[in-house]
Design a protein. Structure first.
Lengths: 247, 203
């Protein structure tokens, strides 16, 4: 078996034996993996402070024959995101992003775009970007990458294309917009203004750099937030554990 | 059915439930207990019962203790004005063994970790705030570990404490190159901290 070197984000760690660490990490080229870092809790040379939660690292690892867990040879810290570490609300949002990624992407499913999204979201969080906006950007893009893009093109009831005029409602079970003739606005079918629909469409379809420059006003955030919350809960079949720390 | 008599098999099962002890180690320890005299077995059994019955949290600092309050909280010779906040009893013990800190402690019993479902309500943070009201505390030393969760906990506490009492001095333990360390193997965060927190050389 060959040794791989990948950029990775440390998602979770568990103490394993006396000095070892069991590590869950998301790589740019092999998706989410799990491995054992022998001596990972004490090594000052092979793993010098690089196996800390949420760190971006360059990892050297290999899969031993007949094993399910990867063997981590060494790592080097690339970015520790100090801005996330020094603020509990940022840590909570970063943890939520990790949990959503784990839910959407099973082990060994490669998605370079998801890795880039996670990394870019952490960089933005580290720079102190508004948490409310970042959460929306991440949720919408992650769900789209996970195969659950919200249909914003036509009504899921009558099939009429949405021309960007007038309000629409979000139908949770269809993961789609519905015109107000087919679905009334309610707590379970929150409404969206044409501007909110337009912004959500741009977020889902444009690269991070462009999506990040979008100017979301408070009204848009107020409308889009419950839509994404309902969408995630319905598609993943759960309320994420870390979501309780975001409010 | 196991290869050993049921009572020995049961002892092996009980030992193998302990962290870091697998089936082989548990068998070795159980056979050692079996070969030893009765005093060892009775002493071991009594110690296990004592530790479960007598050890509790100190009602002031939440360290593990036999007596409440603990010996540190009872000690009149310790500085009342400074409280060192640590993650767990093991961290308090490490500082105490170094013998350089003569103030009081507060044990949080964990750190904030949203991924593990641990929020402020699960730690002894409320009790720390209560101590600020009842004791004349001048300085709070935040000695949580420099991990992601430890740093976030320290910054959360720092904000909470300064809101509660703006006059209180809040300090954080220094981060940087450890004694016997090698610069070649240091990560960029550690080097950054070490350079930012550099001290003038006394002449």
């Amino acid at each position: 078996m060959t040794t791989h070197i990948s950029n990775a984000i440390i998602m979770r760690t568990w103490e394993f034996g006396e000095t070892d660490l069991l590590v869950s990490f998301f790589t740019s080229d092999k998706g989410r993996l799990k491995g054992v870092a022998k001596g990972g809790r004490k090594s000052r040379k092979r793993f010098a402070n690089c196996l800390d939660l949420l760190s971006l690292v360059k990892l050297e690892y290999e899969l031993k024959r007949g094993r399910e867990l990867y063997f981590l040879h060494s790592g080097k810290l690339v970015h520790a995101f100090p801005g996330i570490r020094s603020d509990f609300s940022s840590l909570s949002l970063a943890s939520y992003m990790i949990e959503l990624t784990e839910t959407l992407f099973p082990l060994s499913v490669t998605d370079k775009e998801m890795f880039a999204l996670l990394k870019n979201a952490f960089l933005a969080l580290n720079e102190g970007k508004r948490n409310g906006v970042l959460r929306i950007l991440f949720e919408a893009k992650a769900m789209a990458l996970g195969g659950y893009r919200i249909n914003l093109d036509k009504c899921c009831g009558c099939g009429r294309p949405y021309a960007g005029e007038g309000r629409a409602a979000f139908k949770q079970s269809k993961g789609s917009l519905a015109c107000l003739k087919c679905e009334q606005e309610s707590k379970l079918s929150p409404g969206l203004s044409p501007d909110s629909v337009k912004v959500l469409r741009v977020i889902q379809s444009t690269p991070w750099d462009k999506a990040q420059t979008l100017d979301l006003n408070n009204e848009m955030i107020r409308e889009i937030k419950p839509v994404l919350k309902l969408h995630i809960e319905y598609r993943t079949g759960q309320r994420l554990k870390t979501a309780q720390y975001l409010e | 059915m196991g290869i050993y008599p049921p009572s020995l098999e049961n002892l092996i099962v009980q030992f193998s439930k302990l962290p870091g002890i697998g089936q082989k180690s548990a068998t070795r320890v159980a056979l050692h207990v079996l070969r030893s005299n009765r005093d060892l077995a009775e002493g071991l059994a009594q110690s296990l019962i004592d530790v479960k019955e007598k050890i509790r949290f100190c009602s002031i600092c939440f360290n593990l203790t036999d007596d409440d309050p603990c010996s540190i909280c009872r000690d009149d010779n310790r500085a009342n004005g400074s409280v060192c906040v640590v993650e767990g009893p093991g961290d308090q013990l490490a500082i105490e063994e170094a013998g350089i800190f003569k103030g009081r402690y507060h044990v949080l019993h964990g750190v904030l970790s949203p991924l593990d479902g641990i929020g402020p309500e699960h730690l002894k943070i409320g009790k720390l705030l209560t101590r600020l009201e009842g004791e004349r505390i001048e300085e709070v030393i935040l000695a949580t570990n420099p991990t992601t969760a430890g740093e976030a906990t320290a910054s959360f506490l720092s904000r909470l404490l300064s809101e509660k009492d703006p006059s209180i001095k809040i300090t954080r333990i220094a981060l940087g190159i450890p004694m016997g360390g090698d610069l070649k193997y240091m990560d960029r965060m550690t080097l950054e901290h070490a350079l930012k927190s550099r001290l003038p050389v006394t002449r």
